[in-house]
Design a protein around this ligand. Structure first.
Ligand SMILES: [Zn+2]
Length: 451
């Protein structure tokens, strides 16, 4: 008995040490890894998947990342998580979204859209208010595109469409355009523009992102009105997962790199090459720079690093703890990062049938390893990720001179829905203009979550 306890403690200590090694290597890998191109996994967007994805879109505001999983059994549960704290305002918003969904689905089958107009308009208003900051940020990119390419045919055509459909639309005064109204315009125009040969992909991407809010509301409302899902949605439960955020101490950059070189001379060579590369040097400063003096501290141990369980990992940990090996789609408002992708690879090898859409291959030092109940899974997943990080660091140490380029990583959600009547309500409402409300932020204490 005593021995057993001793062994367990040793294992736990070893795990803690490996965990520290993991977070230290994540930091090093982020600082020196070449950034690959983003890619999308082609998945058949079935209605429930689409619904999850649209929900993730309307639940992510500002720079937050939200993940959603729809679990349909006897009832319909939606697990929601994000990379950050939840605020009281978020909880109230999610509560209202749940109410809208239930109310829309309670209309008897075959009822015309008229009886749902008021609820869909209220839902539209909620979403546009909540997502306003992100919508504005996405619109800025489209705005730049329009200003820079005013003489190009695809922009002229968009301006014509916007003028015809949005009263007072002035391409010379885009800053003042109502962002929620333009979301409706972009959503509708995207459907036309994507079929016009020669329309630049980048412009289409901007249209899609701005239009994704109107598009998501249309699809969500249509899903809730769909006879097939009415029963499920009439008692839909949106369940918020507790965020997991922690502070982690890490080994020095020097310590980790020295594990991959033969001697100090070689280490100095790697260090100097890295510092001569402006991209790497900038990242090193962000990760290892002293907060006050901005001095690089490549040889300083135990720098504190804030780590957070990525939204999709929070949902996956929940699935693993439930031992649920059924086919599951985890929708995220942003592409999967490199480490989440690795962890999912590992889970798939263990029989978890996880479906994801896009990935962007970036490493984030704030990534947290999920703490699942199954100790073996926990240890083996840690080992798997460490092995992959070792490979990255090893190959980058050998090829440290490569230039690094950052890439944009987010994307818009599906707006190519054909839900015409819902679209009419949403577009009509946005066109008439709507008021805006301010919002306050109050964190929800962790003790409020029952899991
Ligand atoms: Zn991630």
């Amino acid at each position: 008995m005593v021995n057993k306890k001793k062994n367990w403690l040793t294992e736990r200590d070893l795990y803690k040490m490996s965990e520290k090694e993991l977070y230290s290597k994540i930091c090093v890998a982020e600082s020196i890894k070449h950034v690959d191109n983003a890619s999308d996994e082609v998945i058949d967007m079935k209605d429930p998947y689409k619904f999850s994805y649209n929900l993730a879109t309307i639940l992510a505001r500002d720079r937050e990342v939200v993940a959603v999983r729809l679990k349909i059994s006897d009832d319909c549960k939606v697990y929601i998580s994000k990379n950050d704290n939840w605020y009281e305002e978020d909880v109230r918003y999610i509560d209202r979204i749940q109410k809208y969904l239930r109310n829309i689905s309670k209309e008897s089958p075959g009822t015309s859209i008229e009886s749902s107009i008021k609820i869909i308009e209220d839902l539209t208003d909620e979403v546009m208010t909540y997502c306003f900051a992100k919508l504005e940020y996405r619109f800025e990119k489209l705005e730049k595109d329009i200003i820079r390419n005013r003489d190009k045919e695809h922009i002229k055509s968009f301006i014509r469409y916007a003028r015809d459909n949005l009263e007072g639309f002035d391409p010379d005064n885009l800053h003042d355009v109502d962002k929620s109204e333009i979301s409706g315009i972009c959503c509708a125009y995207y459907k036309e523009a994507k079929n016009v040969p020669g329309t630049p992909e980048k412009f289409l991407g901007h249209l899609k992102k701005v239009g994704s809010y109107a598009g998501s509301v249309i699809d969500i409302a249509a899903c809730a009105r769909n006879e097939k899902y009415k029963n499920l949605f009439s008692n839909i439960k949106l369940r918020i997962l507790k965020p997991v955020i922690a502070d982690q101490l890490i080994y020095s950059w020097e310590d980790i790199i020295k594990g991959f070189v033969r001697d100090h001379v070689e280490y100095e060579k790697v260090k100097n090459e890295c510092l001569n590369d402006s991209h790497i040097a900038e990242r090193l400063r962000k990760i290892y720079g002293d907060e006050n003096t901005n001095q690089l501290q490549l040889d300083v141990d135990n720098i504190k690093q804030r780590v957070c369980l990525h939204a999709e990992m929070n949902i996956l940990a929940n699935i693993i703890d439930q031992g649920d090996k059924s086919r599951v789609y985890i929708a995220v408002s942003k592409r999967y990062c490199y480490l989440c992708e690795l962890y999912i690879d590992f889970a798939r090898k263990r029989g978890y049938n996880i479906i994801i859409s896009g990935k962007h291959k970036k490493i984030y030092r704030g990534w947290k390893l999920p703490f699942v109940a199954d100790a073996n899974f926990r240890i083996q997943s840690l080992k798997y990720i460490l092995e992959n990080l070792d490979q990255i660091i090893e190959s980058q140490v050998k090829h440290y001179t490569k230039s690094l380029r950052a890439d944009s990583d987010s994307r818009g959600s599906s707006v190519d829905s054909e839900n015409r009547s819902e679209a009419e309500v949403v577009f009509g409402y946005l066109k008439r203009g709507r008021g805006r409300r301010g919002h306050e932020k109050k964190i929800v204490p962790l003790s409020e979550f029952n899991q």
